[in-house]
Design a protein around this ligand. Structure first.
Ligand SMILES: [Zn+2]
Length: 299
């Protein structure tokens, strides 16, 4: 009796610990620099191969079509992505809403659409917006104006709840590959994974602080030079911590995504960070990211 009770409790704990997360990539066709001799097509091919090998569910890529102007490599990379994964709008030129009026931002959304339309074929749903820099407006009026525009034009907001600024490693990796600097590459991998680990724990804790319970998460990554090199280990670490991967649609079917912190924010941030700001909850201390080292390594 007691034994079966223990087993039941363990099972319940285990079920609660399993958490869903959607994998998403920003800044397509490319974030950061390329190592010499490597193309955008190669970055896309290698990253898509990792997703396929892992049997990961469809992973949204968020596109800035301005990067396609006069760049056949970028166009080809995007075609490859679109043939295998869904994609959405990240504005035409990666506009910072906090530095521009709502109307200009709305034009940027629109300007991106012909490329998305072209890539989509007949049934792709690209009506998801990922805010560049996770900035949704520094005033609540601006935030509401853009949200109303999105709603009127059939867009959903691709939220983010898991983020460790993975993009910081892309150009650093490109430089270290160019220098064939194996010890530095090893450090890039270990520093990435320790920051990832601490931010996964932090973001899960923030969800519990904000909502009082676990939620479905949305992971923000950036497609770049480091993506395919680090992705297998990055996903392994998430699975070890109890995450299972789902589509963005499934992740955001969690009712928490119906809520809106409705707050102007100077710095922007993840959905959880904006809720913390709206509720005026003090931010917990976090592991410091190696900004300076990442900027200087392999220079
Ligand atoms: Zn971006």
């Amino acid at each position: 009796m007691k034994f079966s009770l223990v087993i039941s409790v363990l099972l319940i704990v285990n079920v609660c610990a399993a958490q869903k997360a959607a994998i998403t990539f920003d800044d397509l066709p490319l974030n950061g620099d390329l190592p010499p001799g490597v193309t955008r097509v190669q970055i896309a091919v290698d990253t898509l191969a990792v997703l396929k090998a892992r049997r990961a569910p469809p992973a949204y890529g968020f596109i800035n079509a301005k990067k396609l102007e006069g760049n056949a490599d970028a166009a080809e990379a995007l075609k490859l992505w679109a043939a295998s994964e869904p994609f959405g709008n990240h504005t035409y030129g990666h506009m910072d809403l906090n530095a521009n009026p709502a109307e200009a931002f709305e034009r940027e959304i629109e300007e991106n659409e012909p490329a998305l339309e072209l890539l989509a074929g007949k049934d792709g749903n690209w009506h998801w917006l990922r805010y560049p820099f996770l900035r949704e407006g520094e005033t609540v009026e601006k935030r509401r104006a853009v949200r109303a525009y999105l709603q009127a034009h059939g867009y959903r907001v691709a939220q983010v709840t898991l983020d460790w600024e993975d993009y910081l490693w892309n150009s650093a990796y490109a430089r270290c590959v160019a220098k064939k600097d194996a010890p530095s590459i090893a450090w890039l991998k270990s520093s990435y994974l320790s920051i990832e680990s601490s931010y996964l724990d932090l973001d899960r804790d923030l969800a519990k602080t904000v909502y009082g319970h676990d939620i479905n998460h949305v992971l923000l990554l950036h497609l770049g030079a480091f993506s395919s090199a680090i992705l297998p280990d990055a996903l392994d670490l998430m699975q070890k911590k109890g995450f299972t991967f789902v589509t963005l649609e499934e992740a955001e079917s969690d009712p928490v995504y119906e809520g809106d912190p409705d707050v102007g924010s100077k710095y922007g941030g993840t959905l959880l960070e904006l809720w913390m700001e709206a509720k005026k909850i003090k931010f917990p201390s976090v592991m410091e990211k190696p900004y300076k080292q990442l900027q200087e390594i392999c220079k």
